[in-house]
Design a protein around this ligand. Structure first.
Ligand code: 0L1
Ligand code: MG
Length: 256
């Protein structure tokens, strides 16, 4: 199966609201490079259709999530303007198996086109915000292998940014940042920033290494989602979701 064929199959299923069985069931040799090639075709199609790339996302950045999803390494995906969603009412009927997860979002201050060292990172960050990522895997029951999830835009369906963009220097230690998810007022998930690669800033290192390896750049003014602190929580119509990251704020979503 060529990357173009795979991207077309995924696009049709997304438009028709269908899930699929993983490509790797029939083609176990599909690998990481193939998965990213499908993602490139998908992104190019979206840009041709008028969407604008606004950033990148890291996924599977916590050990717990890697274990649960059975994919033992972080993944990189893209964000476009069409994926950005407002806080408040969230119409979940447009998705097939939506979930939401709390993330740290970085606004970049400089173009990233080479592998960055940890000490350089602060000078690449214009601000930090709380984010909620909406996932909607194309794979039935979120069953996939690495090539599948990469081909499927790393399950990304949308993202919501909190209203405040904070200065990295004043937010403090991101690894110590406490976060929780509440559904109808009940805490269902709790974690600290350390769940994300030991420190969410590490996501920028990983992303920069990925960009360098693929010979691409991310412009200044991009948003980068660092990956979830907690497990993703199913989005169910009629429920109210609050995703809070201490010092960054709370995102409130009313699923309809
Ligand atoms: O953002 C993420 O961590 C999602 C990566 C893919 C795994 C999943 O769908 O949960
Ligand atoms: Mg995520």
């Amino acid at each position: 199966m060529t990357p173009g064929e795979a991207a077309a199959t995924l696009r049709a299923a997304r438009v028709e609201g269908r899930t699929l069985e993983p490509f790797t069931d029939e083609h176990p040799d599909l690998d990481e490079a193939w998965g990213y090639a499908v993602q490139q075709v998908d992104l190019a199609e979206r840009l041709r259709a008028g969407e604008r790339r606004v950033g990148a996302k890291l996924g599977l950045t916590s050990e717990a999530k890697q274990q649960r999803m059975g994919v033992r390494r972080p993944v990189v995906g893209f964000l476009t303007d069409a994926m950005r969603l407002p806080e408040g009412r969230l119409d979940v009927g447009r998705w097939v198996q939506p979930r939401v997860e709390p993330e740290v979002a970085f606004l970049t201050s400089r173009r990233i086109d080479r592998a960055l060292g940890p000490t350089e990172l602060p000078s690449y960050v214009a601000g930090v915000a709380v984010a909620a990522e909406v996932l909607d895997s194309r794979w039935t029951g979120y069953r996939f292998r690495l090539a599948d999830v990469l081909a499927d835009a790393t399950s990304a369906a949308g993202f919501v940014l909190g209203s405040g963009v904070h200065d990295l220097a004043t937010v403090g230690d991101l690894a110590a940042l406490r976060g929780e998810v509440r559904v109808d007022g009940q805490v269902v998930e709790r974690a600290t920033g350390a769940a994300v690669l030991g420190d969410p800033l590490r996501a920028l290192v990983l992303l920069s290494e990925h960009l360098a390896a693929h010979g691409v750049a991310l412009p200044a003014g991009s948003w980068v989602l660092a990956g979830a602190l907690t497990d993703a929580v199913p989005l169910v119509a009629g429920r109210r979701y609050e995703l809070e990251l201490e010092a960054l704020g709370t995102i409130r979503l009313d699923a309809r």
